[in-house]
Ligand binder design. Structure first.
Ligand SMILES: [Zn+2]
Length: 159
């Protein structure tokens, strides 16, 4: 995920949490999430050092928030690049042959009032519009940064 995408995701999360639509994943919420999955990896069930995973990834296609209900415990194997990586939980659960986990995670999300921001269907109309906006934000940010870098260079080069 690029820096602009990351910035947009952070701002979007903050706004939606501030508005009360989503709950912040506090230390207490993280404890509850671990309890919900019996202190085990939500995906493979391994009892291991648990890390916070975005069940719905925080990228421009999925818009997963760092909010209560979307943060689930995962072992380092499942959370790492060789495991779930940037995939959504549905894709990953199908990959590892654990379709029953999809229902469990969906129930967990529901219990925390977490509703996905965009549908999971690839190439969905909302997703396409958001992707276009992300690209525009990226182009415009790059242009603004370049303009300022040029001005900074002028100051540096002034004798
Ligand atoms: Zn695991």
């Amino acid at each position: 995920m690029g820096k602009v995408d990351r910035g947009i995701m952070i701002a979007l999360s903050a706004r939606l949490i501030r508005s009360g639509r989503y709950k912040k994943c506090t230390a207490a919420e993280w404890e509850e999430a671990q309890k919900y999955f019996n202190g085990r990896c939500a995906y493979c069930g391994k009892k291991d050092k648990l890390t916070r995973d975005h069940a719905i990834p925080a990228n421009r296609w999925n818009l997963g928030l760092g909010a209560a209900g979307n943060i689930v415990p995962a072992c380092s194997d499942c959370n790492g690049g060789a495991g779930k990586g940037h995939k959504d939980f549905i894709t990953y659960c199908r990959e590892i042959g654990k379709p029953e986990v999809i229902t469990k995670i969906k129930q967990f999300m529901k219990s925390k009032g977490y509703a996905p921001l965009v549908p999971f269907v690839k190439g969905n109309a909302k997703q396409k519009r958001i992707e276009k906006l992300m690209d525009e934000a990226s182009e415009q940010s790059t242009a603004i940064i370049l303009k300022h870098v040029e001005q900074i260079e002028k100051i540096i080069n002034k004798k």
